[in-house]
Write a protein that binds this ligand. Structure first.
Ligand code: NAI
Ligand code: MG
Length: 489
């Protein structure tokens, strides 16, 4: 694991244009938009604002690369080699990329360097190794035939990603798509386009042929919607809010493209009275406050057994008071600003709601400093299930503590949500841990840990938390079509 010693200097911004068919080009309209440093509220750079025309061009390039030319004929093993090379180039520039991620997103550079970067590199390497291990089956069909399946790339894929883990979301999307042999039109989030564009430059350096990867920065209802509606995009992969996903499903319906969604959550983190309380409190703290609380799987409903409630709240409150907020580029900083004004406003609204609905604000509850979108680590106690802060995804550093006594009742309460992304259980009782893992309706259940991610472990949601899975072999399958071939003997 990387150790951070030196202060990180402000990184250079090198790519701000659309990347289409191997060329760096301005938006057809000539428009640009500002990307903001959330720590200072200052403009970092002007970025090309793509729209339908740019998406059209990108899709044409992706289609051509998919059907003609080098990529369409490339040996699977060579696709894997390109992915390995991309991972190596990212590793070579890891410090600079971490600083750029920190600048554009506001996350502490130490999180970017020790979490986002290694996970990004690992994901690309994991899928690089998969490129030449994608195969079908032979089928024992009745009669004098030989029948087999082939797994083929699904085609041109549209990928729309959010701002909370900009580079890592690129890796989760590009890794399986490229391993499978697809071509890509990606739209990064308007808040954080810079590292995605940098990764496109590194992919170009790695030797991916023109048109295989295209990046069109811009806004959701314009550039994003153009990808969603495009009849020549075969599959769409989206990460973001469930309300956006509903719009996308409707907008994409006429094209019947394949769709996978990774959406939000209100994940229960359950702590029994027999748990290692120190580990559980630390895990719950990390599970909620990591990345400024801007995690789809944030453990935002903390169910604590009534017998250990007071001690738990005390421990978390202490950690909150000791938490270092500040300049994200300072390696000592533990918490940076929220990504933008809109997220800041949303969080402050929920904090007000928490207070007005009668929850007890134990720590935080206010803005930190007078510049940048900083919110103090906030802890609400005496939260009831029907309060807004217990039901809605806040996507900020706001923890809700709820108490429980009876396990059956707890399971019902934990499952009483529109979401089903993640959950955690802290207990020393192994039978109880696995029993709850079975009964909780969520795509990931962590037992005595939190936020453990790995490229080999599928991730995704039940219910409104998503459709399909990313990562692992399941994540790769989402980028393939199965073809049955039968020959008479
Ligand atoms: P969003 O879902 O609107 O944005 C995610 C991506 O979708 C961005 O690239 C955006 O430009 C694009 N997009 C927006 N509208 C679109 C449309 N009509 N067609 C195609 N693409 C579109 O999320 P937003 O507004 O940034 O955040 C709102 C809330 O969503 C957050 O407060 C949080 O609760 C949740 N969220 C969840 C994430 C997750 O990891 N599951 C990530 C980001 C946000
Ligand atoms: Mg939105």
């Amino acid at each position: 694991m990387a150790t951070l010693t030196k202060p990180y200097s402000k990184p250079e911004v090198r790519q701000t244009q659309c990347f289409i068919d191997g060329q760096w080009v301005p938006a057809r309209s000539g428009k640009t938009f500002e990307t903001i440093n959330p720590a200072t509220e200052e403009v970092i750079a002007q970025v090309a604002e793509g729209d339908q025309e740019d998406v059209d061009q990108a899709v044409r390039a992706a289609r051509k690369a998919f059907e003609q030319g080098e990529w369409s004929r490339m040996d699977a093993r060579d696709r894997g080699r390109l992915l390995y090379r991309l991972a190596d180039l990212i590793e070579d520039e890891a410090d600079e990329l971490a600083a750029l991620e920190s600048l554009d997103n506001g996350k502490p550079v130490r999180d970017a360097r020790t979490a986002d970067l290694p996970l990004t590199i690992d994901c690309l390497r994991y899928y690089a190794g998969f490129a030449d291990k994608i195969h079908g089956q032979t089928l024992p069909i009745r009669g004098n035939y030989f029948s087999y399946t082939r797994r083929e790339p699904v085609g041109v894929v549209g990928q729309i990603i959010p701002w909370n883990f900009p580079m890592l979301m690129v890796a989760w999307k590009w890794g399986p798509a490229l391993a499978a042999g697809c071509t890509i039109v990606m739209k990064p989030a308007e808040q954080t386009p810079l590292t995605c564009l940098r990764m496109a430059r590194l992919a170009q350096k790695a030797g991916f042929p023109d048109g295989v990867i295209n990046v069109v920065p811009g806004f959701g209802p314009t550039a994003g919607a153009a990808i969603v509606r495009h009849p020549d995009v075969d599959k769409l992969a989206f990460t973001g809010e469930h309300l956006t996903a509903q719009t996308i499903m409707r907008e994409a319906a006429p094209t019947l493209k394949r769709m996978t969604f990774e959406l939000g959550g209100k994940s229960p983190n359950i702590i029994f009275d027999d748990a290692d309380l120190e580990a559980a409190a630390k895990g719950a703290h990390f599970g909620l406050y990591f990345n400024q609380g801007q995690c789809c799987c944030a453990g935002s409903r903390v169910f604590v057994h009534e017998r250990i409630h007071d001690e738990f709240v005390e421990r978390v409150a202490e950690m909150n008071k000791a938490r270092r907020l500040g300049d994200p580029l300072d390696p000592e900083t533990e918490q940076g600003p929220q990504v933008d004004q809109a997220q800041f406003d949303k969080i402050m609204k929920y904090i007000e709601l928490g207070r007005s609905e009668g929850a007890e604000c134990v720590t935080g509850g206010e803005r930190f400093g007078d510049r940048g979108y900083y919110v103090q680590p906030t802890l609400f106690d005496n939260v009831r299930d029907d309060m807004a802060i217990a039901k809605d995804e806040i996507f900020g550093p706001v923890m809700s503590v709820l108490t429980f006594r009876d396990t059956d009742e707890l399971v019902q309460r934990a499952n009483k949500t529109i979401y089903g992304l993640a959950a955690a259980v802290w207990t020393r009782d192994i039978a109880r841990a696995h029993d709850l893992a079975r009964r909780i309706r969520a795509g990931t259940v962590w037992l005595n840990c939190y936020n453990v991610f790995d490229a080999a472990a599928p991730f995704g949601g039940f219910k409104m938390s998503g459709v399909g899975r990313e990562l692992g072999e399941e994540g790769l399958r989402a980028y393939t079509e199965s073809k049955t071939v039968t020959v008479q003997l």
